[in-house]
Design a protein around this ligand. Structure first.
Ligand SMILES: [Zn+2]
Length: 502
């Protein structure tokens, strides 16, 4: 590890603006000292504070690096082809786990168990790209207890009433998921390391990660002194009453700490389970779902319990009605510690209520959801879709992230989506809501650091701050974000170079 070094490149910091070179000693940014070793980088290289992904699922993402990725498929034939190819590589008793499919890429046909016929009865489960639905093979379907549908879920059936293999929301999580063999603790530990390496290569120095207490205790917490990444954990455990037990998991370090708890208010726009104030334009029989504590009317009590324990309640709210419910639940959160996750649709009056509040959004979700949003929402309600600019103007504290493995955790790709408004088909959507490069950088650095309670100085390049630095190949403020966005040359965490582009 470099105890003292300098980067001989121009740099930018959200608190002190332009700089010339970044210097550090013993893991912290320090004043210039000509006696220190200097790291020379190519002409044009440019340093910014280490990029922070404000919302991802680290262990799930690491496990997903091993899963079959169906994200590129644009037809049933392509799905079947990739699945058959993976099947041929697996031992006889192994499950085939896939993720990433999106029916909007092939005209909307819902996948069924029949897509996985002819694989020698191999158990197959394929998660939709949002992980809010899955389709299973006939061999898996026959093992499931489908006698009743869990609250907030759906077992999709054909005209004759026979389950098709597609399960949505709580039905996917509570009926199918428990049947899937859980990866062992050793596999999960390897997933942690694989995820961290993946993030280093993308220039990420810190994350806000959604994790279960069991993974925190057995996989992540043992690494709290030497984790090669800064990680603010939000716990997904949501039994009620919530048992916030002080213990080993709350003894944070400057690498790992618990910042709060997560609760789901609704589902997703793609699955028409995000809770809207008015019905879906393309399925007027539904306005989406209330899920979990929101369905039980316990959201406010839960949020206040988390706040009373000094932690941050984080609420998944994609529909405009879910955002209203989240804001209602935070009415007594005077310190503005609560976090609203996603906020993909919002009424103007609710945007105004977000002044001073942490609104954690994922620009690549806009890029992914934009093509089908007009059919879900109808033209007039597109005025409520991904209001980056309106939230910023209202004084909301915007934090950006990816929700990996739902989408890539590449912060440059996220920034590009926020700055250009370009969706996954290349169309520019609501350019009046796009942000400047500096605003996007704020959301990926200092605002993320503050919202997730990173160690003091993180998200800046000020003297005394931890030496978390991302080096790009060009100045992000003047780059052509449409055609030639910056590339990551180097990632530095606590003064240690953890990635260098080859
Ligand atoms: Zn998430």
């Amino acid at each position: 590890m470099a105890t003292a070094a300098s980067l001989a490149v121009p740099a930018w910091c959200p608190t002190s603006g332009d700089r010339h070179g970044v210097h550090w000693a013993d893991g912290s940014i320090s004043e210039r000292d000509p006696g220190r070793p200097t790291i020379e980088l190519p002409r044009g290289a440019f340093a910014v504070p280490g990029l922070i992904d404000g919302h991802l699922h680290l262990i799930l993402g690491g496990l997903g690096l091993e899963m079959l990725d169906l994200g590129s498929c644009t037809s049933r034939a392509e799905v079947e082809c990739l699945v058959r190819a993976r099947h041929a590589t697996l031992g006889p008793d192994r499950w085939l786990i896939a993720q990433g499919w999106n029916e909007d890429r092939w005209g909307g046909e819902q996948p069924t168990a029949a897509w996985f016929d002819g694989l020698d009865g191999r158990p197959v489960v394929a998660w939709r790209m949002d992980h809010h639905a899955c389709v299973v093979s006939t061999s898996v379907l026959s093992r499931l207890d489908l006698s009743s549908t869990p609250e907030g879920g759906e077992i999709v059936r054909d005209a004759g009433g026979t389950p098709t293999g597609l399960l949505r929301e709580a039905a996917a999580w509570h009926i199918a998921k428990p049947e899937i063999p859980a990866p062992s603790m050793d596999v999960r530990r390897m997933a942690l390391d694989a995820a961290v390496r993946h993030l280093h290569a993308l220039g990420v120095t810190g994350v806000g990660s959604m994790e279960y207490g069991l993974d925190l205790e057995h996989v992540i917490a043992p690494r709290r002194h030497d984790l090669p990444l800064r990680m603010a954990v939000t716990l997904l455990d949501r039994d009620w009453p919530l048992d916030v037990t002080p213990g080993v998991i709350f003894e944070g370090t400057d690498r790992l700490w618990v910042v709060g708890y997560k609760s789901f208010i609704d589902g997703t726009l793609g699955s028409r389970t995000a809770r809207m104030h008015e019905p879906y334009a393309d399925e007027p029989s539904t306005s989406g779902l209330w899920t979990e504590l929101a369905a039980d009317g316990l959201l406010r009590e839960w949020a206040e319990h988390v706040l009373a324990n000094g932690l941050s309640p984080s609420m998944h709210a994609i529909g405009d009605a879910a955002l209203t419910a989240a804001l209602d639940a935070l009415e007594r959160d005077e310190r503005r510690a609560g976090r609203i996750e996603h906020a993909q649709t919002a009424r103007p009056e609710d945007i105004a209520r977000c002044a001073g509040r942490i609104v954690s959004m994922q620009p690549l979700h806009k890029a992914d959801d934009a093509p089908n949003a007009p059919s879900r929402l109808g033209a007039s309600r597109m005025e409520r879709f991904f209001r980056f600019r309106d939230f910023a103007s209202a004084g909301a504290r915007l934090v950006f992230g990816s929700d990996w493995p739902i989408v890539t955790c590449c912060p440059i790709a996220g920034m590009r989506a926020a700055i250009t408004g370009i969706d996954r088909n290349g169309a520019v959507v609501a350019p009046d809501q796009s942000l400047t490069p500096i605003e996007a950088l704020h959301a990926y650095t200092i605002e993320a650091a503050k919202a997730l309670r990173f160690p003091g100085g993180c998200g800046t390049l000020q003297a005394g701050a931890p030496a978390d630095i991302t080096v790009l190949d060009r100045d992000p403020r003047t780059a052509d974000w449409v055609h030639a966005p910056p590339r990551v040359l180097m990632t530095i965490i606590g003064g240690e170079i953890v990635h260098r582009a080859t």
